[in-house]
Ligand binder design. Structure first.
Ligand code: AP5
Ligand code: MG
Length: 219
């Protein structure tokens, strides 16, 4: 089982890169943000609860988040591994993940932090568009779709996320960066952390991630 954790601030490019890596490595991209957005869309109890936090830019409580993620990890397609995007977001989540993996004789093979300065994060999130069918990610400036408002890959309409409104972007950056630093420290301390510069073209970030994955034969 190969477990890769992508870390980074809101807008760092985790989702963009996790999709590409999932295709390259043949393991699923599991994003707690996507799981929550699906639950919100379905109007499930988890979705109703999560939405109260997401629309304020806050982290959803650990009990809900950890249970949802662990349920996803036991699904069949995750048997050979996963690319985790947006989880863990704090130390208790990192510890819960370690405990669940240890039960299967597994561990986090590599955690990679994609680093991008705050002014660039705000620019990226303000210009982001996401496809309705599968969450493919675009950007007005850096990664526009071929046809305005339509996904290149499946033709579905593009929308802007509720939490990409200017005030919520500011709240997410203000409220979430210190726990991100904690998680980065956690993986540094257990010696699986690598850092990648996220301020380069998407393909170059992918190349840097693949290099970080093959270094010391982590994966
Ligand atoms: P989540 O969906 O995880 O959002 P996030 O962490 O804020 O990250 P984003 O999805 O906004 O950014 P990204 O890094 O994926 O960047 P992207 O690739 O899209 O979480 C949403 C909410 O759910 C949280 O706020 C919280 O409430 C809750 N939640 C989720 N997980 C949780 C957890 N574990 N615990 C508790 N609560 C949780 O790229 C951004 C833009 O930049 C795009 O437009 C893209 O095209 C562009 N771009 C990408 N790469 C580049 C590049 N190299 N150069 C230029 N532009 C680029
Ligand atoms: Mg994302």
């Amino acid at each position: 089982m190969t477990v890769v954790v992508l870390l980074g601030a809101p807008g760092a490019g985790k989702g963009t890169q996790a999709d590409i890596l999932a295709n390259r490595l043949g393991i699923p991209h599991v994003a707690t943000g996507d799981l929550f957005r699906t639950a919100v869309r379905d109007g499930s109890p988890v979705g109703l609860e999560a939405r109260r936090y997401m629309e304020r830019g806050r982290l959803v409580p650990d009990d809900i988040t950890i249970r949802m993620l662990l349920d996803r990890l036991v699904q069949r397609d995750a048997g050979n591994g996963v690319i985790l995007d947006g989880f863990p977001r704090n130390r208790p989540q990192a510890q819960a993940l370690d405990a669940a993996l240890a039960e299967r004789g597994s561990r986090v093979d590599r955690a990679i932090s994609i680093e991008v300065p705050s002014d660039e994060l705000v620019r990226r999130l303000s210009g982001r568009w996401v496809c309705k069918a599968s969450g493919h990610v675009y950007n007005e400036q850096s990664n526009p779709p071929r046809v305005k408002g339509r996904c290149d890959l499946d033709g579905s309409p593009l929308f802007q996320r509720e939490d990409d409104e200017a005030g919520t972007i500011r709240a997410r950056l203000a409220l979430q960066l210190s726990s991100l630093r904690d998680v980065v420290g956690y993986y540094h301390d257990i010696d699986v952390l690598r850092i990648v510069n996220g301020v380069q073209p998407i393909d170059d970030v992918t190349a840097a991630l693949l290099a970080a994955l093959s270094d010391d034969a982590a994966v």
